[in-house]
Design a binder for this molecule. Sequence first.
Ligand code: PLP
Length: 372
Amino acid sequence: MMSKSFHPMVRTLMGPGPADVHPRVLAAMARPTIGHLDPQFVALMDDIKALLRYALRTDNLLTMPVSGPGSVGMETCFVNLVEPGDKAVVCINGVFGGRMKENIERAGGIPIVVADTWGRAVDPNKVDETLRAHPDAKVLAFVHAETSTGACSDVRTLVEIAHRHDTLTIVDAVTALGGSELQVDAWGVDAVYAGSQKCLSCTPGLAPISFNDRALDRVRGRRTRIQSWFMDLNLVMGYWGSGERRSYHHTAPVNALYGLHEALLMLHEEGIEQAWARHRHHHAALRAGLEALGLELIVPESERLPQLNVVGIPGGIDDLAVRQRLLNEYQLEIGAGLGELAGKVWRIGLMGYSCRPVNLLLCISALGAVLR
Ligand code: PLP
């Protein structure tokens, strides 16, 4: 039993997420809790939706945070857009594409897998061939920023291909949002979900989503009832929708939403293009530092994410011992490899508030000292 208040040591979070949370966000979360139907709170919800539209570069009316982590955002997209018996093409180039496939199966859909090497972007030619071979596919799903490998896929091209085949797109932007260029409307993304805990510098547990009219028409035209009560967008929209009267659906995580609001406000103050540029800029410095230490990034340069740098662990180095020393001696967290890359790589995040010069310097000097 823990017999006193919990006061964690402060860490520098440079793994795959959560990233460092900005003090302004933590301060916002400590403000007084009010009712989730209080007019003040309803006004805050409207502002959150407007700020999310800004961050996602969209005018989609259905743009809101789902109460739950990124995985609930993912599941919301699949349970609403995939019906039993629907074919869905899913690109797997890392762990999270695999999770999407499971979601399709659990929604009763038939996944058609486009497999790519871990550490590489999704291959648009393979997607085109697969959609050609399966003209009845209802959905194309892929991950923009694959956090398990550090690879960035070309959203614009993949969505274009899907639309040529009259297929709806679901894009995972959990790690992408705020760190990599994402233009939901200009690129025609139909449904997208993200996470609060990465490049938004917020705490974990909220999942922004956005659906365009095509995606909403698909939800409205379903043959079958959505099997999830909590994630059924027809019901959730009674609370988050734009109508005059908001009705109770579930008790929103009020203080967590104060935090998301503050985080989105900060992103707006910085400017979304400037945030993308900051991630690129610090990534270049981190890469130079890592290379100077003899570490190599596993993703080819043109397919690399700035916010997640995945390096091979040099031969003879004890993965766990290094990460433990970084944590114990430098209060620095970097990420272990996931899935088939477990034990082979480290994942070094530069996400949101973690993406700043002081973190860069700590990471390079601490890694240098531990690897010496
Ligand atoms: N998708 C991607 C690309 C992720 O990186 C993550 C989490 O790391 C998720 C989905 C799931 O998000 P969460 O862990 O918040 O449920």
